[in-house]
Design a protein around this ligand. Structure first.
Ligand code: PMP
Length: 375
């Protein structure tokens, strides 16, 4: 007896294993993308959860599509066009299940969010990495792939405050991407868990057109533990995803959905809650950026306007090879190679400013500097 071919070929991440050891109290972790727990609206959630759990209907099976009242609140128009998912991670999986046949090409940014790469590969996509700069996915490069005959079924982008690059896809690139999707008949996955976490500048309108599967999540603005996300997009894809979801888990937890619904139904509550997060995260970002400038003068990076990550290049370094030493020195990060698709990102690293307290961020970066530029 052996595991399936798919399970045997699934990626096991050496970095994930190493970072598990980084979960020690003496290690300051700039690695994880965990939202700041001190900002969780614990009292409000516990109050709402109490009332949800006190009613039998909150504990019953629900529709695979998700709670109708929740879908009405989060939809931009038609709630039938919204599917509630168990985090946006599940939306990625369901899209893979209903859109991809084995070996189908899927374009992703290079670097790419590790969870997207993992789930697309699990759905037997063939990934094609396209470069990412400060304006997001390099649409010129995508266009030359298309001119060369590439016919992707999907193009995956984190258009706002990308994980890991921090980039925002520029408005003109969004429009060109939409036009290319029409011309070459592919779907765009616009994965947007971070869009509400903007600390500077004006929001950029979502990718236009009717070929966009838009993924949203309660994880970064509310709490990740409820595992509530939602997706909207072309109706035939959403309908197929509902059927796939029935087979996978019947529906997302009714308890979690009801908690999110009741929070969002309180007039003004969510907007006020998010408004409270922004200055806190902005200060975290500014503190991390200042610490990088002070301790790692050779680092090349852009200050992100939102999200949780600073994507750095340390020319000449091999960031994966120093991770063990860094953890020994009391700091963890994610090496660039963890996000690589086709490119060599050995000299990059992702630093999260979401989790470590501001007062400790300079300490963490100083420890990192000792390891990556000793002497
Ligand atoms: N997409 C991106 C870009 C993410 O960074 C994350 C979380 N790290 C997810 C999706 C998954 O989020 P969720 O908790 O909604 O499944």
């Amino acid at each position: 007896m052996q595991l399936s071919h798919a399970a045997r070929s699934a990626e096991s991440s050496a970095i994930r294993d190493l970072l598990r050891h980084a979960d020690r109290p003496d290690v300051l972790s700039l690695a994880g993308g965990l939202p700041a727990a001190e900002l969780f609206p614990v009292a409000t959630i516990s109050e709402v959860a109490g009332s949800v759990l006190a009613r039998a209907d909150g504990l019953q099976y629900g529709l695979s599509e998700g709670d109708l009242a929740l879908r009405e609140i989060v939809s931009d128009g038609d709630p039938e066009n919204v599917l509630v998912t168990t985090g946006s991670q599940q939306a990625l999986d369901l899209i893979g299940r209903v859109v991809l046949d084995p070996g189908d090409p899927v374009v992703v940014g290079d670097p790419c969010y590790v969870g997207a790469r993992q789930v697309l590969l699990a759905n037997r996509a063939e990934l094609i990495g396209v470069g990412v700069d400060h304006d997001g996915l390099d649409v010129d490069e995508l266009e030359s792939h298309l001119a060369g005959g590439l016919r992707p079924k999907l193009v995956y982008v984190v258009a706002n405050f990308d994980n890991p690059s921090g980039a925002v896809l520029a408005a003109d690139r969004r429009a060109r991407l939409a036009a290319l999707a029409d011309a070459h008949d592919f779907l765009i996955i616009e994965d947007d868990p971070y869009g509400a976490l903007r600390y500077d500048g004006d929001p950029v309108a979502p990718i236009p057109g009717d070929r966009v599967l838009r993924l949203r999540s309660a994880s970064k603005t509310l709490v990740p533990g409820l595992r509530v996300g939602w997706v909207s997009g072309p109706q035939f894809v959403i309908d197929a995803m509902v059927i796939a979801k029935q087979a996978v888990d019947l529906h997302t937890s009714t308890v979690s959905q009801a908690i999110v619904r009741e929070l969002l139904l309180q007039p003004g509550w969510f907007d006020q809650h998010v408004a409270g997060l922004l200055p806190w995260y902005a200060n975290q970002r500014d503190t991390l950026v200042a610490a990088i400038a002070a301790h790692l003068p050779a680092a090349e990076f852009h200050r992100p306007d939102g999200g949780m990550f600073v994507w750095c290049r340390l020319p000449g370094s091999d960031t994966a090879s120093v991770l063990t030493d860094a953890v020994e020195a009391g700091v963890a990060f994610v090496p660039g190679s963890a996000f690589a698709v086709d490119r060599d990102l050995t000299d990059h690293l992702r630093l999260s400013f979401a989790t470590v307290a501001a007062a400790q961020l300079p300490v963490a970066v100083a420890r990192l500097a000792q390891v990556v530029q000793p002497g």
